[in-house]
Design a protein around this ligand. Structure first.
Ligand code: PRX
Length: 645
């Protein structure tokens, strides 16, 4: 397959130091290899064993019931996710341990102990249950800045069986409305404002602007950060109402398959899909992977820079870390604010031991220069992680030498919103890492690379990344859309989960992920569907047609380029004004993350005779290349004419 040819041959390999290996949870390759091999033969047995590390109220009767594409893990088991993240640690005497270190952009900070977090969660759970009548089976939207209360809201929902739906705080009112209505949320958790780049982000105002279009919403919980904020009908002052509630609450058991949360993500259509995650399987997946891949110790201070609005925030800020009784850092602010060394300053200040971030952030820091990390003492760091997109070897090496001082292992972790937890990554105490490779599947995960016919590829042959076995934290479906669930993941190759990524595997069994092979673009580690941006563009009255493609970008990984055919007469068209207007329009419809980097106005779009837009051609144009390959199927053989060029 030429489109995913292997071009990268990386020879450098890095072994963990003897000391790191000696202290690691998994540090002996002679023990690990047989365990890994066994887990490939019998993944269910591996996960059955792993499930014993979380606390169940009733033990499961059957480990897996698999009726493709539907899985039931730990059938008959009951548990409570919030209990696993809180109560069980208090029982072990960890009440005084710091759960959350929160750092504000202006340098203010606060810490919250496990006991303190527990009490806040209980007060909110009591209010939701007793005063608002929320119950298991309901859904709740969480549209919050990066503050501890965002975690409190998630855990309070989990505690009472309400399925949460976190919506990234950068999304627009329309994006909130669509997600809230699709998932029929009864309540929204928000704050009057968040703080970013020295500015106030008016979250409540955004919610208010679409509240009348969300009839299912009965209540809005508002975290007031400004005393002058005035609340309206349906809105509750979070702190005020919770102060009147008891600081205890009995966590009730929920079925292992009870939906813990929904998370909307982009796919290949214009509409985001609500990915459903379970309680038991999800918690087993994130707890086990967090402990092994980050080699979590009780003394670690773990900082994952992802927002809780993404899956990384769910799994490796909240559930996987708190279930392991870790101390987490939450930063509310932009990476470069007020100066480019902000990340390194935070690491020094809070003695962070594990940093988990995205290649786009690493590349931006790299560009800002080596002086910034050099100004800070980064000796506390012992492990580094990367997630969200392929990491280029140059960025990997910079991370390794400038940040990890050549002593911290790097775990390049491959996974997806749908997979719930990390599926391919090194174990830092045993795996020799190679810059740019996520290395090997986690135990209990049977990954493969297949060709168009679904047959395993030879070493170094490019193909599609698939997972051959069910795993506990896998998605359970797409909310209210079983057809799309089957079609997106289970129809391309019978009996395999299709990831949508292209990859190859080398002779050593190492996986090298190249990125999406579908119409999904990864911009700064955020996933965007080209169709989603296209439908936002065509909703503008001046747009006749639009096609969106990705173009490689040195910092963002990929940048969004939109080709737009405007409606009406070309004469008198103000190209600059219209492109600006369209960029703002997309930001308003979806959010600033979807704002196209470039808009090219075109007279027509290149289409095949059957009417399909030829994206390959547009991609080449976006990259500034001369169109190559076959254009004989093109309906109008004239090439794309850009207006104003
Ligand atoms: O293309 C892969 C890329 O991110 C996609 C999943 O995006 P999302 O669901 O938003 O989740 C991101 C955080 C888990 C994948 O299909 N991706 C994620 N991690 C890596 C990666 N590509 C290469 N290497 C990675 N480590």
């Amino acid at each position: 397959m030429s489109f995913i040819d292997t071009v990268l041959i990386e020879k450098r390999a890095f072994l963990p130091s003897k000391q790191f290996a000696a202290e690691a949870h998994v540090g002996n390759p002679l023990e690990y290899e047989p365990l890994w091999n066994q887990s490939q033969r019998d993944p269910v047995a591996f996960w059955d064993e792993a499930a014993r590390n979380i606390t169940w109220i009733n033990r499961w009767k059957r480990t897996l019931l698999w009726q493709e594409p539907y899985a039931k893990w730990f059938e008959g088991g009951t548990l409570n996710a919030a209990y696993n993240c809180l109560d069980r640690h208090l029982k072990e005497g960890l009440g005084k341990k710091t759960a959350i270190i929160w750092e504000g952009e202006d340098g203010s900070h606060l810490t919250l102990s496990y006991q303190g977090l527990f009490e806040q969660v209980c007060q909110l759970a009591n209010f939701l249950e007793r005063k608002l009548g929320l119950k298991a089976g309901d859904t709740a939207a969480i549209y919050m800045p990066m503050v501890p209360e965002a975690v409190v809201a998630m855990l309070a929902c989990a505690r009472i069986g309400v399925t949460h739906n976190v919506i990234f705080g950068g999304f627009s009112g329309h994006a909130i409305r669509d997600r809230v209505q699709d998932s029929e949320c009864r309540i929204i958790f928000t704050a009057d404002v968040g703080y970013r780049r020295g500015q106030e982000v008016e979250l409540l105002k955004t919610v208010d602007s679409v509240l009348s279009e969300m009839p299912t919403v009965e209540n809005v919980m508002v975290l007031k950060r400004k005393s002058e904020t005035h609340l309206k009908e349906k809105q509750h002052d979070w702190r005020l109402v919770c102060n009147q509630e008891a600081k205890k609450h009995d966590a009730r058991p929920f079925d292992s398959e009870h939906p813990l949360f929904l998370l909307y993500t982009s796919g290949t259509t214009g509409k985001p899909k609500g990915i459903i995650h379970s309680t038991g399987g999800y918690l087993v997946g994130v707890t086990t992977t967090a402990k092994w891949i980050f080699d979590l110790k009780s003394t670690d201070v773990f900082w994952c820079t992802a927002d809780i609005g993404w899956i990384t925030g769910h799994s490796y800020v909240v559930y996987g870390l708190l279930s392991n009784a870790a101390t987490i850092v939450i930063y509310e602010g932009a990476p470069f604010h007020p100066h480019p060394g902000r990340y390194w300053e935070i690491i020094e200040k809070h003695r962070v031991t594990i940093l988990y971030t995205a290649p786009t952030a690493i590349r931006a820091c790299m560009r800002a220069g080596n002086d910034h990390p050099k100004k800070h003492n980064l000796n506390s760091l012992r492990l580094l992680g990367s997630v969200g997109e392929p990491i280029n070897p140059e960025a990997w090496m910079w991370y390794h030498t400038e940040i990890g001082k050549s002593r911290c292992p790097i775990v390049d972790t491959w996974w997806q919103t749908e997979t719930g937890s990390i599926l391919i990554a090194p174990l830092p105490g045993v795996t020799a890492t190679k810059p740019g490779s996520a290395t090997r599947p986690f135990p209990g995960i049977v990954a493969d690379i297949v060709n168009d016919e679904g047959r395993s590829c030879a070493p170094n042959e490019g193909g599609y990344l698939v997972i051959r076995n069910p795993w506990p934290s896998m998605l359970r479906g797409i909310y209210k859309n079983p057809e799309r669930f089957k079609e997106s993941y289970w129809s391309k190759f019978p009996g395999m989960y299709f990831t949508g990524d292209g990859a190859h595997r080398d002779e050593r069994g190492y996986f090298w992920i190249k990125g999406r092979v579908d119409d999904v673009i990864n911009v700064s580690g955020h996933r965007l569907g080209t169709m989603e941006v296209e439908s936002a563009l065509v909703s503008h009255p001046k747009v006749a047609e639009a096609a969106v493609v990705g173009r490689p970008d040195p910092i963002k990984g990929q940048a969004l380029v939109a080709f737009v055919t405007p409606r009406g007469e070309e004469s008198g068209l103000d190209v600059k004004k219209l492109t600006q207007e369209l960029k703002d329009h997309v930001a308003r419809e979806i959010g600033a993350i979807a704002r196209p980097d470039e808009i090219k106005l075109t007279r027509t779009l290149p289409k095949t005779r059957s009417g399909k837009i030829m994206r390959r051609l547009l991609k080449e144009l976006a990259e500034g290349k001369e169109p190559t390959g076959d254009t004989t199927t093109l309906e109008n053989s004239t090439l794309v004419e850009i207006i104003g060029e």
